[in-house]
Design a protein around this ligand. Structure first.
Ligand code: ZN
Ligand code: ZN
Length: 458
């Protein structure tokens, strides 16, 4: 039985290390475990796609298969699991809770926005009254078993993102989760470096953090610059404008509503996840009251130059709004020659083929397409730190050990190099299933725990 002792502080990722997606992290101390995040992955086929399927329909369905980390280890140790703490509401951090919680049955802790996103998911599977979901006040220290958890406001690409400062008698860890430095995030408070600078005053044993953009030099683009880029892109356009973006990026939706106002267009949302996220933002007081959206049912009656639609489906998902618009199968709307589709998003690796099919269909209709990858102006901003942001964080926090997670091997290696360059003595590049011993003696035991992925679809 693998159980941490009184002097031990362990880190054990079951998902999200050596890959991007389906984060599931465990911290171990004094016979107890704390779980941080419990997410899903998309576009992670269980079998090689080309050999598994033959036709296009099957292939795209398999491509969008939902998977979660195999929780077997912690299910076997569930009596020792003190709780699950959620850092933010992205699918790769909380999407697996409705599926895995029945096997874990532990208390779940989250701040208001994240809790509301989860609550709505739990309602869908009839678990809303069963899961002890505790809404956390981010200003208060939270005690979960032997772990003291302090919530540290950070900036990312969704409302209410938090890093966690986890303290135990055996040492302290900064678990950054997903973050960037955004001085003008459009929604929420700007990044506060003093918060992280003050962490450096007390010993931080390890920093466990986001490697997504470690291969990219410089600093990430601010949401505010993205607003400027979208305004300059959309202002000269005639015809209808459809913008596709990730539904949970409320700041982007606010920017687009402001762009609509400034360009005399009515904005409406097309797609269930967008409508759901907007409704959560309204209920949480995040949506500015002066920005009023139009009913999608009215958009078909407006002159094209007064229409701005925000649609789901930037990755070419076959049932999402953008694909329906491309195929003229949307019940309320039809696009025609002279209209524009603006991708305020990136193409996630693995989805190139599906997106390409979408682009071909729009082009065949005479609909002009603007991709963020080809745009001279910033019309998408990543929510993850580039190299200079990572260096600043190491400079402030000064951890003894750097543990890069949330990345594939190349991202993790690049993150290790940045940490070393920033003066961190020990860096551990590892994978799901590796046991990182942080205290009393730092070290890593490779592949101690069996991990894998499980399919969440029937
Ligand atoms: Zn995230
Ligand atoms: Zn993430």
């Amino acid at each position: 039985m693998l159980s941490p002792g009184k002097n031990d502080l362990w880190f054990l990722p079951l998902g999200g290390t050596g890959e991007i997606g389906m984060n599931l992290n465990l911290y171990g101390h004094d016979g107890r475990w704390l779980m941080v995040d419990c997410g899903v992955s998309f576009n992670a086929p269980l079998h090689p796609v080309k050999t598994a399927c033959t036709n296009e329909k099957e292939r795209s369905e398999n491509l969008h298969n939902i998977v979660a980390p195999d929780p077997r280890f912690i299910v076997e140790h569930k009596e020792a699991l003190s709780g699950l703490v959620l850092t933010h509401a992205h699918e790769d951090h909380l999407g697996a809770v409705p599926y895995l919680w029945p096997r874990l049955r532990c208390p779940v802790y989250a701040t208001a926005f994240t809790a509301e996103v989860l609550r709505r998911k739990l309602v869908q599977v009839g678990l809303d009254n069963k899961v002890p979901l505790i809404e956390v006040d981010a200003d208060k220290l939270l005690q979960v078993g032997p772990f003291s958890v302090r919530w540290l406001a950070i900036t990312h690409s969704i409302p209410d993102p938090f890093a966690l400062h986890i303290s135990t008698p055996a040492g302290n860890v900064l678990h950054t989760a997903d973050w960037k430095i955004d001085a003008q995030p459009v929604a929420g408070q700007p990044f506060q470096h003093t918060l992280y600078q003050s962490l450096g005053d007390t010993p931080v044993l390890a920093m466990v953090g986001d490697s997504t953009n470690a291969l990219k030099p410089g600093m990430s683009v601010s949401e505010r610059s993205c607003f400027d880029g979208l305004l300059a892109t959309i202002k000269p356009l005639t015809g209808r404008v459809v913008v596709s973006c990730f539904a949970s990026n409320i700041a982007r939706l606010i920017s687009l509503a402001r762009v609509a106002k400034k360009t005399n267009r009515y904005m409406a949302l097309v797609g269930r996840s967008l409508v759901n996220m907007y409704s959560i933002a309204k209920s949480q007081g995040i949506w500015p009251e002066d920005l009023v959206l139009a009913d999608v049912n009215h958009m078909g009656y407006l002159p094209p130059e007064e229409v701005l639609l925000v649609a789901t489906g930037s990755q070419g998902e076959p049932r999402a709004a953008l694909s329906r618009l491309a195929l003229d199968s949307h019940p309320q709307l039809e696009l025609s020659s002279g209209d524009h589709v603006v991708f305020s998003s990136i193409i996630i690796p693995g989805n190139e083929e599906a997106v390409h099919r979408l682009l071909q269909r729009f082009k065949a209709k005479g609909v002009d397409v603007v991709l963020s990858e080809q745009s001279p102006l910033p019309i998408h901003a990543s929510g993850h730190p580039c190299a200079e942001e990572l260096k600043l964080m190491y400079h402030w926090v000064k951890p003894d050990i750097a543990i890069p997670v949330h990345g594939e091997n190349a991202h993790i290696q690049a993150h290790c190099a940045i940490a070393k360059e920033s003066g961190v003595r020990k860096t551990y590049a590892g994978n799901n299933g590796d046991l990182y011993r942080l205290s009393p003696q730092a070290g890593i035991r490779r592949q101690l725990v069996k991990t894998g992925r499980i399919s969440l679809q029937k």
